[in-house]
Design a protein around this ligand. Structure first.
Ligand code: CA
Length: 224
């Protein structure tokens, strides 16, 4: 069972979310505006925050920025009514982990929530497995079956960033920061090339990636 904070001002949507999440076995707390939501998130421990963008008193972007600045790393799933790409990118750049566009299907909502809760796994883990792939953080190696994959240092860093944030959508800029470090001047196209290389090594069918999936207009998500 997980504790989930829902920050949503429309009572109908808030109630439906509450019902749905309780039904899934989670404990739910509702905040009806951004200020109350931000305060609840700072004062109590939650496993996940579902955060609407359009909120009275403080919008979802502001709440997200404030929490990340305060060092709160609880996974955040943003609910956006807007379909503009720029809004989604802004949310992710401010530290949200994933977003859903309203109106969303309940299956999709549940799947996203499950993925985000799964990724809240310990960061100090020494080993992570998905499919027939094994990521060994102690030896900085990736194996597939009995074969040790020849990953470059950059590819390993990308792999590690993905594993540590399963279910999260990464923009190319965020992957660039994670693998190359800040203040390095390379183009985002280089990120795409590295992803192609990585997929070739870890995906069962690199042309139809199952683990490192493209998120249209935004970047990539690891569903391992
Ligand atoms: Ca709203």
């Amino acid at each position: 069972m997980s504790r989930i904070l829902v920050v949503e001002d429309e009572p109908g949507i808030a109630l439906a979310l509450e019902d749905d999440l309780r039904h899934e076995g989670h404990e739910v707390e509702i905040a009806g505006d951004g200020e109350t939501g931000a305060r609840a998130a700072r004062e109590q421990l939650f496993d996940l925050i579902v955060l609407d963008v359009m909120l009275p008193r403080k919008d979802g972007f502001e709440v997200c920025r404030e929490l990340r600045r305060a060092g709160i790393r609880t996974p955040i799933l943003m609910l956006t009514a807007k379909t503009q790409e720029a809004e989604k990118v802004l949310g992710l750049d401010l530290g949200a982990d994933d977003y859903l566009t309203k109106p969303y299907g309940h299956h999709e909502l549940r799947a996203r929530i499950r993925a985000l809760l799964r990724r809240a796994a310990p960061e100090g883990a020494e080993m992570y497995r998905f499919g027939d792939v094994e990521v060994d953080f102690v030896r900085a190696e990736v194996r597939r079956g009995s074969e040790c994959l020849d990953l470059s240092q950059l590819e390993f860093k990308l792999m590690a960033a993905f594993v540590h944030s399963r279910g999260r959508v990464f923009s190319r800029q965020q992957l660039l920061d994670a693998a190359w470090g800040r203040d390095v001047f390379i183009t985002e196209r280089v990120v795409d090339n590295q992803i192609v290389n990585l997929r070739r090594k870890i995906e069962p069918d690199p042309a139809n990636p199952r683990y490192i999936v493209s998120v249209r207009g935004l970047g990539y998500r690891f569903d391992g």
